[in-house]
Design a protein around this ligand. Sequence first.
Ligand SMILES: [Zn+2]
Length: 607
Amino acid sequence: MGKISPLKIDEIRGAINIVHYISQFVSLKKAGQNFKGLCPFHTEKTPSFIVSPSKQIFHCFGCGKGGNLFTFIMEYEKLSFIEALRRAADFAGIPLPEEDLQTQIKERTYFEKLYQINEIAAKFFEENLFKKENRNWLQYFKKRGLSEKTIRKFQLGYAPDAKTALLDVLKKNSVDLAEAEKLGLINRSYYSESFIDKFRHRVMFPFHNLSGKIIGFGGRQLREEQQPKYLNSPESPIYKKGSILYGLYQAINRIREEDYVILVEGYFDLLQLVEHGQTNVVASSGTALTDYQARLLGRYTQKVLLLYDGDAAGRKAALRNGYILEKNGLNAYIAVLPADEDPDSFLSKNDLKELEPYLKSQLTPIEFEINSFFEENPKPSLQDKNQFVMQLLENLLELNDPLKTGLYLPLISDLLQINEALLIEQYRKLEKRRRRWSKKEEPEAEITPEKEDRFHRGQYLAEAGVVYLLLNGDEKVRNFLVSQLSYDMFETPSFIEVYEAIVTELEERGIVDAKSVMLQFEEAVDVQAALSALDLMEFNDPFKFARDCIFQLKKWSLEKKAQEFQELIRSDHESQDAVAHYTMELMRVRKEINVLIKTHRQGDVEF
Ligand SMILES: [Zn+2]
């Protein structure tokens, strides 16, 4: 069993100029050292797609896609890494031995081990669903209108009503049980130290990441008394809550083709739409979208159609998520179903044809909010109307998008019959006040929900930054970073993987060969995109950049701690003694944050 050697990969890469390759698909014009063109991954009028011949990378500053030659082929031609390699080898006229193609280049890392354990579990659940003695549970899906094809496509399954059914299978496959526990597949029982299955008598929905690997599960109750209704995998090294959208992996190609995505709430809403042939759909699984999820969708399309339950809760959720999408630069539209329907119930009685008028009734979040207001208050008092306008302006301010502000202010003025000049004046006032507040708030370490988003973005950039510098920085920078970093400072699963690979290199060989590390991540398109953006920036002072990133990461992890203590203090379940203890801890963490901020500022002066 051979594998494609790094030398061969380098040979292929070295034989092709990325500018020539991309020119087959995009018309590129010279711009300074680089080439510029209209991005093939999103619709734009002015070019923000850059190809660098000296660095042999591409990056779009509009949609964030980027990487090297192989990333481009994978993304543009929708191929796996191996297939992309073959395509490039063909282009360069380099022969590849056939058996090389059949094995993965990637070494089996820790993460792959975890994926494999989930894979074993998923297969077990799926096989169980199709066993004779479990036909009731297969019927459960079929009664809800799902065909075997859809059931198979999403690898739905059934976890038997037994204590050690999965455990036995894991043991038979010599799975490391401690890792299976980490993945939340098994738990230690209350009475003894032995393990028992966590998912019992539930229908199972595996969660896939973007490369189709299973990173977790949702299990739905089959008896009323089973709690909770939906039991989900806990966070693990490969699964972070709020980092995936259910069904995205299966929907990616159709989303690109249609250039829009339908966002629904529940698994069954999604499966029902897929069953009816509408496959560009993802599910938010009943919680508020995170900024990360919004930006994740933004990689594939700018247009999101929210199709939520027609009741009050569904409308509220649609509006909230609509604004989150807009705030992240996407265009959200809300489609409203009749009050007592959700997509699942609607499609179990009707065809896609009957759904179409609803899909076409697209309102922007602002329009939707105004409509809802007038439905609830057919004749609003002046005071109600005033209050409502202020709320709209606050929402608009939150979007922080001058273009949308320009579009929406006249619309608000029109629909609510308010003088536009007055509206603009009011908006400016709010904007000014907001800016004053944010300045005042800075030295405080208090976390508010509005600030959290900003942290997340800063956190992501800082993680990308340290990973970039670990790979590309000089020894001084790298030693500094290694001495400061720890696993718990990372949030993004793929960056943890890169960091882990670097640490392993350092431990095993004492040096980091950036090229060999990056070879392991040729397939990780999100890592490639983040690193290509940094590659195109000029750093005057990499060491200062490293310090800023570390500061950001440390601050974030302390702030997360502070938030945890705050939640404990506010919770009703803690004793007075415990609350006193947490309050002390909170003060200590706050102090630590202040010290950190102070030292960082002083550091700035010295350098
Ligand atoms: Zn783009």
